[in-house]
Design a protein around this ligand. Structure first.
Ligand SMILES: [Zn+2]
Length: 120
């Protein structure tokens, strides 16, 4: 799940927290190969390529809400932030995900604004 999880997280990040409705599993694999995670940019890159129509039913299935939900959950899972220091108490006790974090030592909650932590 590690690689897929990363991919989903990048996909969510690049598309304002949404998994594109038109995206198929095959698209995801291509996006990963191309290292293009923004859907519109990916679509543009695919405009000149013909999409194979019978590329296997499974791979052409769009990402249903169940998969999207799993992706969202895995991206929202809190994990220990190894190199982050709490801006409040300066301990390396932050746990968080790509959007927010909480400090175990002082219980202060933070939210990411770009790459930097802001007090909630
Ligand atoms: Zn703290």
């Amino acid at each position: 799940m590690g690689r897929m999880k990363e991919l989903y997280c990048q996909l969510l990040e690049a598309n304002d927290g949404q998994v594109p409705h038109e995206a198929t599993i095959a698209d995801l694999e291509k996006m990963n190969d191309l290292k293009i995670y923004e859907w519109r940019e990916y679509e543009r890159s695919q405009n000149n390529l013909k999409k194979p129509k019978n590329d296997g039913i499974e791979k052409n299935q769009t990402l249903d809400s169940h998969i999207e939900e799993l992706a969202r959950q895995s991206c929202e899972e809190f994990s220990y932030l190894e190199n982050a220091r709490c801006p409040n108490c300066f301990n390396t006790t932050l746990h968080g995900n790509i959007k927010e974090a909480v400090c175990e030592a002082c219980a202060q909650e933070f939210i990411y604004v770009g790459p930097s932590l802001r007090f909630k």
